[in-house]
Design a protein around this ligand. Structure first.
Ligand code: GLU
Length: 419
């Protein structure tokens, strides 16, 4: 099943259906079914044991109609070209939906970063950056963190690109550490955006947040921060998980204690022990009765095989593409409100945009200002989407694509085909 699943085909299906609903012709939408550029690179690394290993990497620019390509770099053993293409396209529609002046791109290297030493990770990152350097740039394509990469990796990308150019280029990449031009608030931005989206959804459905139970799949940068901020907002976080499995406490977990436990490298939730905490699998977590389910790990988690067992009232997609098309239909039939990834996890790229704006202007914003601006953009995007979906009587994902696809096609049409 996992092998056959092609997320890029899903993207094309949604884009085609949406463009038709909007009354566009094939001439209008055909260009956005094809990524503008796809680069495949071989990345040789001298491993610590003296062996030379060659890793496969990609950078895909799906669209630059609305601005430079923008999107993260993923280090994961399951990275493949179709996944990177889908992730790049989702960035195009995410940036369009929240109306920031970017297109979409994504990169990835097939590797398991947990098995690499710091030395190997740095060498891999520097060589990968050099290999994609001809197509990235602060005005053309701006990478950022994604699954398996972090602020340190962004710092190496910034340094490598700057060395190649002969001068410091902080705007080449976002999600950097603060001392090298990172934005205050960027580290928590994606999780903060998920939390704000949960609050907006609960409010519109008339559910007090103090009464809401939340289950989060994934305790990485997105899931971990989402769980922390939801708990701080007074919600009851009843379950969280990582690759090793999940923990569950119907009366609510101590998220601060779990995050402290996980802060040491190599620790896994399967070994976390606390009174009243039960161990569950990732599959069980997805099927728990709860108000809000946040898949914040990888793609294809809610699919045709488990969608009919999902009991959550609301799903807020912290990950990119966690729900397959078939599952989406089943969830809609069951009346589950699904807040799509391109809105729910847009907080990361919104604050990446703020970081880039600060870098190219050589200014710096306070964390308070960053968080206020993030909330304003997300609230506006949420309210516009909620209103449109209710007016057109369509699920939120359909509404989100109606807004985003229209913006991308209109930009493309206004610019025309060159030459
Ligand atoms: N990787 C994140 C995403 O999928 C952030 C991308 C960015 O900040 O450019 O949205």
């Amino acid at each position: 099943m996992a092998q056959q699943y092609n997320p890029y085909e899903n993207v094309c299906t949604i884009v085609t259906n949406t463009a038709k609903m909007l009354g566009y012709t094939q001439n209008d939408y055909e260009p956005i079914l094809h990524p503008e550029r796809e680069l495949k690179v071989s990345v040789p690394v001298m491993m610590d044991n003296g062996e030379v290993k060659v890793f496969e990497g990609y950078r895909v620019q799906h669209s630059t109609s609305r601005g430079p390509a923008k999107g993260g770099i993923r280090y994961h053993h399951n990275v493949d070209l179709n996944e990177v293409k889908a992730l790049a396209a989702w960035m195009t529609f995410k940036c369009a939906l929240v109306n920031i002046p970017y297109g979409g791109g994504k990169g990835g290297v097939v590797c398991n970063p947990d098995e690499l030493s710091e030395n190997e990770l740095r060498s891999l990152t520097r060589r990968f950056t050099a290999m994609i350097a001809p197509i990235i740039g602060p005005d053309t394509d701006i990478p950022a963190p994604d699954v398996g990469t972090n602020a340190q990796v962004m710092s190496w990308i910034m340094d490598t690109y700057s060395m190649l150019k002969g001068h410091c280029v902080p705007g080449i990449v976002t999600g950097k550490p603060i001392p090298v031009g990172g934005a205050l608030g960027r580290g928590e931005a994606t999780g903060r955006g998920v939390m704000l989206t949960i609050c907006n959804t609960l409010k519109n459905l008339g559910i007090p947040k103090e009464q809401a139970s939340v289950a989060v799949q994934g305790m990485g940068n997105v899931g971990g921060v989402t769980a922390k901020l939801c708990a701080q907002e007074g919600m009851k976080v009843i379950a969280v998980s990582d690759v090793s499995g999940g923990v569950y406490a119907p009366e609510g977990l101590d998220i601060a204690s779990i995050r402290f436990y996980l802060s040491e490298r190599g620790r896994l939730l399967k070994d976390y022990q606390e009174d009243g905490v039960q161990h569950i699998t990732n599959e069980e977590l997805l099927e728990l009765p709860c108000d809000v389910l946040v898949p914040a790990a990888l793609e294809n988690q809610i699919n045709a095989s488990n969608a009919d067992r999902i009991q959550a009232r609301i799903i807020v997609e912290g990950a990119n593409g966690p729900t397959t098309l078939e599952a989406d239909d089943l969830l809609n039939q069951k009346g589950i409100v699904v807040v799509p990834d391109i809105l729910a996890n847009a907080g990361g790229v919104i604050v990446s945009y703020f970081e880039w704006v600060q870098n190219i202007q050589s200014v710096s914003w306070s964390e308070e200002h960053v968080n206020e601006q993030l909330k304003e953009i997300l609230d506006n995007a949420f309210n516009a989407l909620w209103a449109l979906s209710h007016e057109k009587r369509v699920p939120l994902r359909t509404g989100a694509y109606l807004i985003a696809v229209k913006r991308v096609i209109e930009a493309k049409k206004l610019r025309g085909i060159w030459p």
